[in-house]
Design a protein around this ligand. Structure first.
Ligand SMILES: C[S@@+](CC[C@H](N)C(=O)[O-])C[C@H]1O[C@@H](n2cnc3c(N)ncnc32)[C@H](O)[C@@H]1O
Length: 160
């Protein structure tokens, strides 16, 4: 959905679930990517689950055979989403210096999770808010965000 139905060239689409309208290139878990570490990945666009109780009409719209678990990866509690974000960003740091994350404030406000990224070595480059009415048929009042984070490079010599 994020690419409007067609991935641009040079984008590798990863998700751990099946049944997308746009088939992913790799079916994998973001917290343990089956990708060689020597590959240069310019940036990672991260569209994680941000809601534990999505409205039913989302499922019909976004998945061919949507079930509740399908859309948000079976995270049934806020406490399970946050550890997932933490593990995923740790994995992403091994691959890229730039992370572009989409977030919706519905159940967990952005400010509650950003500190975790900053503490773990990312700096916030952009934080752009937008209303979700375009991509959800005008039904959502969710405050959505795009956050661009850069990995802070640690200078080993300065640490000695
Ligand atoms: C908000 S949806 C985004 C879907 C997609 N970007 C789109 O636009 O249709 C969150 C997605 O994260 C996926 N997901 C959840 N946990 C995951 C994990 N550990 N590894 C990979 N994908 C995961 C879910 O399957 C779900 O499709």
């Amino acid at each position: 959905m994020i690419w409007g139905g067609k991935s641009p060239e040079d984008v590798v689409f990863i998700d751990k679930e099946h049944g997308f309208r746009l088939n992913q290139d790799i079916i994998a878990d973001n917290t343990c990517l089956p990708i060689r570490l020597d590959l240069k990945i310019d940036s990672i666009v991260f569209d994680p689950p941000w809601m534990v109780s999505p409205p039913p009409w989302w499922l019909d719209k976004d998945r061919a055979n949507g079930t509740r678990g399908d859309y948000f990866g079976e995270y049934d509690h806020k406490r399970s989403i946050v550890p997932y974000l933490f593990k995923a960003q740790k994995e992403f740091k091994r691959y890229t210096k730039r992370l572009c994350m989409k977030w919706g404030d519905d159940e967990i406000p952005l400010y509650r999770i950003l500190g975790m990224f900053v503490k773990d070595g990312w700096s916030i480059v952009h934080q752009i808010d937008y209303k979700a009415n375009k991509n959800s048929g005008g039904k959502s009042k969710t405050q959505n965000w795009w956050v661009v984070l850069d990995r802070i490079l640690v200078n080993v010599h300065n640490q000695e």
